[in-house]
Design a protein around this ligand. Sequence first.
Ligand SMILES: [Fe+2]
Ligand SMILES: [Fe+2]
Length: 262
Amino acid sequence: MSIEPYDRDGHACVLFTGLVGDENGEAVQANQCLIVDNQQGMLLDPGGAMTYNELFVTMSHFFPPKQLQYVFASHADPDVIASLQRRLSASTTKLLISRIWARFVPHFSTASTAGRIIAVPDEGGIVQIGRSELVLLPAHFLHSEGNFQVYDPVAKILFSGDLGVSLMAGGKAGTPVRDLAALLPLMQGFHRRYIVSNRVCRFWASMARTLDIETIVPQHGAPIAGKPAVAAFIDWIEQLDCGIDLMTQDNYRVPTQRLAVA
Ligand SMILES: [Fe+2]
Ligand SMILES: [Fe+2]
């Protein structure tokens, strides 16, 4: 399923929600996003091998995949960028990824990645596509050690990677949610385990409040739509204890039970 949360004056954002993520839960549902401005394009978190073919075909309705200027990877997880080799070999695109992952992601490829990977410095930066500028926002430890989000000031959309995730089946992720309370049961467990600490959540919240955000689009689950829901999410994550905040000595004991692997 694809939805277009923004399409105006040569600038469009397209969200693909149902290409991966089966109903029995074997692979986590994942969203892929495309930003196009005046015949230039950036593909965000394109996913792994299982997404590649269908995304190539679906995306072709909106933008020629071979002409992508950039692929952006919020971090280096397999659901984000395991398709790197096919992406690079099928186009002249360059990959934007945190400097701390830039020398690790070539392991996803058997072909040379020389000159194709742009290492984004920790402080992030601004990238031009077409006539618009996209902001690569620092989001380190939310959840990955080197982690960025993309803010599109034209569409007022924050593409938030693995922050703001709600775990659900692919068919439901295409419906934006305006009432954050409805999403929280699907968000809580993920954020408590995958986001590293409340300390970085508070820094992120302070930064996010300086931006004019209409919609947050995470890499998994439903978009958080409308300023009240966006503000509610920022307030929620700011106070959430998570990750290492919740760890105790009980989480670090030598196991005595056999794994059920038969
Ligand atoms: Fe991740
Ligand atoms: Fe993810």
